[in-house]
Design a protein around this ligand. Structure first.
Ligand SMILES: Cc1cc2nc3c(=O)[nH]c(=O)nc-3n(C[C@H](O)[C@H](O)[C@H](O)COP(=O)(O)O)c2cc1C
Length: 360
C-alpha cells in the first residue's frame, strides 16, 4: 500500500503570495525540486492512452492490459479518479489512496514497456489540489497527474467538481495552476466540450492559457453524458483552437474509439496527437495489441484466470469480488459454450470457486 504521511492542506496565505492561485510561494510545501520529464511531449505519435475508469482501471486491470499490449499502441495508462478532499483528509486518505495503489509488478511492466502511469484527481478547491499533487509526487509513484474536468455524474457535479468546472473557467484555471505549482510531474486536463451547450472554443482557449501538459477532450457535453455519439468534429475544432494560438499542448481525442484502425482514422481526420480509449478495452482487453491479434479461447481463459488470481492476491478481501465479475464477459465470449460458462462464473463467490469452475 502507498505510504500516506500526515499532511496539512496549505492555507491561502493572506496576500503574501503573488501566485494567481493564491498559493504561498516559498512555503515548505511549495514547488518540488527538479521537474520530471514531460513525457507527453516526448512519447511517439500517434499517442495511445488507456482512459481512467472507476472500478476498472486499478493496478490489477492495468497490469492485465499492459501484459497483452504492444508498446507501439499503448503509451499511457490512467488510474481511476481520486478525490482531492479525500486525499487531504487524514481519515479519508487511506481509502482514497487505495485507488492510487501501484503494485510493484505493474511498475516493472511499465518500465519494461516504456508506458507512463498517470494519477487522476478531482475536486473544487485549488489548495486541496495543491496538497494532493504534493502528496502524489512525494509519497507515490506516478509519471503524471491528470485533473478530471469531465465527469458528468450528478453527485460529483453537485460538489462543483469535474465537469462543473467547465462553467467556472476562472476557478478551473486556478486549479490547474495550483496543481502545476505543487507537482514535479506533467499535469494534464481531461474534459468535455461544454455543459448544456458546446463551448469548445472558449473553454479550450481558457485551459490553454494555463499551459497544461496535455488536454484530453471527450467529444460530448456534460448534459449528453454518454447518450449520443462523441462529436469528433468538436475535437477537431479544439485542435484548430490550439493551433491558432500557436500552442504545442498535445491534444488527445476521447469517445467511441472502437479499434486501433478506427483510432488511426479519427486521428487523421481530427488532427489530434492521439486517442484515449475507455470502453473499447472493456469490449476487448487485447485492444492495444497488434490489430491482427485474435486471442483464442485458451488465451481468453488463461487471462481470466490470471486476472482473478492477481485480483485476489492484490486486494484480498479489501475489494468486493463482484467488481471483478464484470470483466468475465470480456473473456467469456466468442467461443462455443461461452455463454454457459459465463453464467456459471457469475455464481462464483471467490477466486477459488472460479478456479474450480475452470477445472484448474
Ligand atoms: C465504468 C467507467 C468509469 C469511468 N471512470 C472515469 C474516471 O474515473 N475518470 C474519468 O475521467 N473518466 C471516467 N470515465 C469516462 C472515460 O474515461 C471516457 O472518457 C468515456 O468512457 C468515453 O470514452 P470511451 O468511449 O472510449 O469509453 C469512466 C467511464 C466508464 C465507462
Amino acid at each position: 500500500m502507498p505510504q500516506v504521511a500526515p499532511l496539512v492542506a496549505p492555507q491561502r496565505d493572506g496576500g503574501r503570495s503573488p501566485h494567481p492561485a493564491g498559493i504561498a510561494l516559498g512555503a515548505p510545501w511549495s514547488i518540488l525540486e527538479g521537474m520530471k520529464p514531460d513525457f507527453w511531449q516526448e512519447l511517439p505519435r500517434p499517442l495511445f492512452a488507456l482512459a481512467p475508469m472507476e472500478d476498472v482501471t486499478d493496478t490489477v486491470f492495468r497490469q492485465i492490459v499492459l501484459s497483452v499490449s504492444d508498446p507501439r499502441w499503448l503509451h499511457v495508462v490512467c488510474a481511476e479518479f481520486a478525490s482531492t478532499d479525500g486525499l487531504c483528509h487524514p481519515a479519508g486518505r487511506p481509502k482514497v489512496a487505495e485507488r492510487l495503489h501501484v503494485d510493484p509488478g505493474e511498475r516493472e511492466l511499465l518500465r519494461r514497456l516504456g508506458v507512463k502511469l498517470v494519477a487522476q484527481i478531482w475536486g473544487s478547491r485549488p489548495e486541496r489540489f495543491h496538497a494532493a499533487a504534493r502528496l502524489i509526487c512525494t509519497e507515490m509513484d506516478f509519471d503524471g497527474i491528470d485533473i478530471n474536468m469531465g465527469c458528468p455524474v450528478r453527485k460529483i457535479v453537485k460538489q462543483s467538481g469535474c465537469s462543473a468546472l467547465i462553467g467556472q473557467p476562472a476557478l478551473a484555471k486556478e486549479i490547474v495552476l495550483a496543481t502545476k505549482e505543487a507537482a514535479d510531474v506533467p499535469v494534464s486536463v481531461k474534459t468535455r466540450t461544454g455543459l448544456a451547450e458546446v463551448v469548445t472554443e472558449s473553454w479550450i482557449g481558457a485551459l490553454l492559457e494555463t499551459e497544461p501538459a496535455a488536454i484530453i477532450l471527450h467529444g460530448r457535453t456534460q448534459k449528453q453524458m454518454s447518450r449520443v455519439p462523441a462529436d469528433w468534429l468538436e475535437i477537431a475544432r479544439a485542435v484548430r483552437v490550439r493551433d491558432a494560438g500557436g500552442c504545442t499542448t498535445p491534444m488527445l481525442g476521447n469517445g467511441d474509439v472502437a479499434s486501433v484502425a478506427d483510432a488511426l482514422q479519427k486521428i487523421e481526420q481530427s488532427g489530434v496527437d492521439g486517442v484515449m480509449v475507455g470502453r473499447g478495452v472493456l469490449q476487448d482487453v487485447w485492444f492495444f495489441n497488434h490489430p491482427a491479434c485474435r486471442p483464442s479461447k485458451e488465451d481468453r481463459l488463461e487471462l481470466l484466470q490470471r486476472h482473478t488470481r492477481l485480483y485476489a492476491e492484490t486486494w484480498g478481501g479489501r475489494k468486493n469480488f463482484n467488481i471483478l465479475k464484470k470483466f468475465y464477459k470480456i473473456y467469456c465470449s466468442g467461443f462455443p459454450g461461452s455463454a454457459e460458462l459465463r453464467k456459471q462464473l457469475m455464481q462464483a463467490r471467490d477466486a477459488a470457486a472460479v478456479q474450480d469452475i475452470l477445472g484448474c
